[in-house]
Design a protein around this ligand. Structure first.
Ligand code: FDA
Length: 501
C-alpha cells in the first residue's frame, strides 16, 4: 500500500481511489460489499482484500500492477462483479482488487458504427448510450443490465440478438490491455495472438483490459417481444420437445429462449406443483412478419398477435430484464445488483434433442427444488457461421442449445448445491461429451480448478480448460506462456503458462 501510495503521489494521482481497511474503513467495506450479489462468498471468503483500487486512469493501473508484482500480491480485477464463483473479489491468498467502476466511458462513432467502451461500464450503460445515439444501432450481449463489460465481453457474451448478430466477442475489433509488465497495448501492439485470446478466453489470465472497441449492429426501429407460458397440463413437455427441433434452425431474426421452473398450480396433478415453460422471445421485425413464421414452424405453441408487443430494441432490453412496461430507461444506469441471495449456476451444451422421458426426469428434479430454474438458450444462426477456432469461444455449429442451470436460496445450507450437482449428473447422457462442454461466462469451479497458490500444471488446468475452450485451450496456453510466463495474472481458473509445474 505504501508502494502504491508513493507512486500515486509521484504522478499526482488522487489517494481517494485507494481503499484499505485502515485508511477509510467505512468506504472500504461498502465498496467491497457493493457488488456482492452472491451471499455464498460473504461468509466463506477466508481473506479480505488488502486494498481496493478504483483507478481513474491507466497509470494508476500500471502503478498497482508494479507494486503487486514487487510485493508478490495477487490482483483480482472486477468490472461488474457478476462472476458466478466470485473470482473477481475473493481469494485464498493475499490480494488487492482493481475495481474498474471509474473507467466506464462509452464513445460512439456514428460514421463508422463502432464504439469504444471502457470495461468498467455495465451492459445497461452500453445499451442506454447506444440508444441515446440511434434507434437502429444495437450490440449483441447479455440480458442483465448490471453485468460488467470487462468479464462479459472477454468471456463470450450471449444475448437476445445473438442468433442474428453473434455474441459480444464476435463483434470486438480492437482493445486496450495493460499486461504484467505494465505496458499499455492496443490490437496493433499486442499482436493477433493476444487479441484473439481476450475475445472469449477471459481477460483476466492475460492482463487488465481497459477498453474494447466494437462494431455496432443494425436493427429495425421496431422489434417484437413475447413471453408465453405453458404448464404440463398445457402440453409443456411436448412443446419443449418440439422446440428442440426448430429453435436453432428457425429464422435467425427470431430468438426463442426458454425458461423452465416448477410453479404452484391448482390444476396440477402432482401435489399442487407443475412445470412451467416460458417461451421468452425477441423477433427483429414486426408482429405481422413474426406470426406466419411461428404458424409455419411452431404452430403447437399457438402464438397469436395478442401475445406480442412491438417496441424499440432498447425497450426490449427492459422487457427481458424483467422491468414492467413503461419503466424509465434510466433504470439501465443503475449499477447495483438486486436482491442478494445464495446462488449456484452451471451449464451444458445439447447437440441431440433430449427425448421426452429425459425431459420428464428433469421435471422431477425441478419439482424437488423451489429456487431452481433452467434456461435453454438456442444457438444456430450467426453463432454457427463462425468456426470453432476463430475465437476461444468454441461452441459453434452443431450445438442446438445451451442449458443454464440455476438455483437460488436464502438460508445457508449445502442441500441446494447438492441438488444442482445431482441434476448435472442426471443430465450426462443427454448433453455434449468428450469434452462435456461448458460456457466460460457461467463459471463453475465444480468442473475443475487450479491450485490455490497458482502453480498449476497444464495437465491440471486441462481438466476444466478443454470443457470451456475445446482445442482452443492449447492456443490459450501458448499465448499465456508468451505474454505472462511468470503467471502473475492468475486465479482458480486462469490459463496457466507451460512453465508452471
Ligand atoms: P466480474 O467483474 O466478476 O468479472 C468476471 C471475470 O472477468 C473475473 O475473473 C474478473 O477478474 C475478470 N475481469 C473483469 N473485468 C476484467 C478486466 N477489465 N480485465 C481483465 N479481466 C477482467 N452471460 C451471458 O452471456 N448472457 C447473459 O445474459 C448473462 N446474464 C447474467 C445475469 C446475471 C445476474 C449474472 C450474475 C451473470 C450473467 N451472465 C450472462 C454471466 C456473465 O457474462 C459473467 O458472469 C461475466 O463474467 C460477468 O462479468 P462482470 O464484469 O460483471 O464480472
Amino acid at each position: 500500500i505504501e508502494c502504491i501510495t508513493s507512486k500515486f503521489q509521484a504522478s499526482n494521482s488522487s489517494q481517494n481511489v485507494i481503499y484499505t481497511p485502515r485508511n477509510n474503513a467505512a468506504s472500504y467495506s461498502s465498496i467491497y460489499q457493493s457488488f456482492l450479489g452472491n451471499l455464498r462468498f460473504l461468509s466463506t471468503s477466508p481473506q479480505r482484500p488488502l486494498a481496493i483500487i478504483t483507478p481513474t486512469n491507466e497509470s494508476e493501473i500500471q502503478a498497482t500492477i508494479h507494486c503487486s508484482r514487487k510485493h508478490g500480491t495477487q490482483i483480482k480485477v472486477r468490472s461488474g462483479g457478476h462472476d458466478y464463483e466470485g473470482l473477481s473479489y475473493i481469494s485464498q491468498t493475499p490480494f488487492a482488487i482493481v475495481d474498474m467502476r471509474n473507467l466506464r466511458a462509452i464513445s460512439i462513432d456514428t460514421q463508422e458504427n463502432t464504439a469504444w467502451i471502457q470495461t468498467g461500464a455495465t451492459l445497461g450503460e452500453v445499451y442506454y448510450t447506444i440508444a441515446e445515439t440511434s434507434r437502429t444501432l444495437a450490440f449483441p450481449a447479455g440480458v442483465c443490465p448490471t453485468v460488467g463489460v470487462g468479464g462479459h465481453f472477454s468471456g463470450g457474451g450471449y444475448g437476445m440478438i445473438s442468433r442474428k448478430h453473434g455474441i459480444a466477442v464476435d463483434n470486438i475489433i480492437d482493445a486496450i490491455i495493460i499486461n504484467a509488465n505494465g505496458q499499455i497495448l492496443n490490437r496493433n501492439s499486442m499482436g493477433e495472438d493476444l487479441f484473439w485470446a481476450i475475445r472469449g478466453g477471459g481477460g483476466t489470465s492475460f492482463g487488465i483490459v481497459v477498453a474494447f472497441k466494437v462494431n455496432l449492429v443494425t436493427i429495425p426501429e421496431t422489434v417484437t417481444v413475447f413471453n408465453v407460458s405453458r404448464t404440463l397440463e398445457q402440453n409443456a413437455t411436448q412443446l419443449v420437445h418440439k422446440w428442440q427441433y426448430i429453435s436453432d434452425k428457425i429464422d435467425e431474426n427470431l430468438l426463442l429462449r426458454l425458461f423452465i421452473s416448477s410453479v404452484r398450480s391448482p390444476a396440477a396433478s402432482n401435489g399442487n406443483r407443475t412445470i412451467q415453460a416460458s417461451f421468452t422471445s425477441l423477433f427483429l421485425g414486426r408482429v405481422e412478419d413474426l406470426i406466419p413464421i411461428m404458424e409455419q414452424k411452431f404452430p403447437e405453441l399457438g402464438l397469436v398477435e395478442q401475445d406480442c408487443i412491438e417496441m424499440s430494441w432498447i425497450e426490449s432490453t427492459l422487457f427481458f430484464a424483467g422491468f414492467p412496461n413503461g419503466t424509465s430507461l434510466d433504470v439501465l444506469l443503475n449499477r447495483t445488483q438486486q436482491n442478494s441471495v445464495y446462488f449456484k449456476g452451471k451449464s451444458d451444451y445439447v447437440r441431440e434433442p433430449i427425448p421426452e422421458h429425459g425431459l420428464q426426469g428433469i421435471w422431477n428434479y425441478l419439482n424437488e427444488e423451489n429456487g431452481s430454474q433452467l434456461q435453454f438458450s438456442p444457438y444456430g444462426g450467426a453463432l454457427s457461421t463462425v468456426s470453432e477456432s476463430e475465437t476461444p469461444f468454441p461452441h459453434r455449429s452443431g450445438n442446438i442449445f445451451m442449458i443454464h442451470y440455476a438455483v437460488v436460496w436464502t438460508t445457508d445450507s449445502p442441500r441446494h448445491i447438492n441438488w444442482i450437482r445431482r441434476l448435472y449428473r442426471y443430465m450426462a447422457p443427454f448433453v455434449s461429451k468428450s469434452p462435456r462442454a461448458a460456457y466460460f461466462n457461467y463459471r463453475d469451479l465444480d468442473i475443475g480448478r487450479n491450485n490455490i497458490q497458482g502453480n498449476t500444471s497444464y495437465r491440471q488446468a486441462s481438466v476444466w480448460g478443454f470443457k470451456y475452450f475445446k482445442n482452443n485451450f492449447n492456443r490459450l496456453v501458448r499465448v499465456k506462456t508468451k505474454v505472462d510466463p511468470s503467471n502473475f495474472f492468475r486465479n482458480e481458473q486462469s490459463v496457466p503458462p507451460l512453465s508452471s509445474n
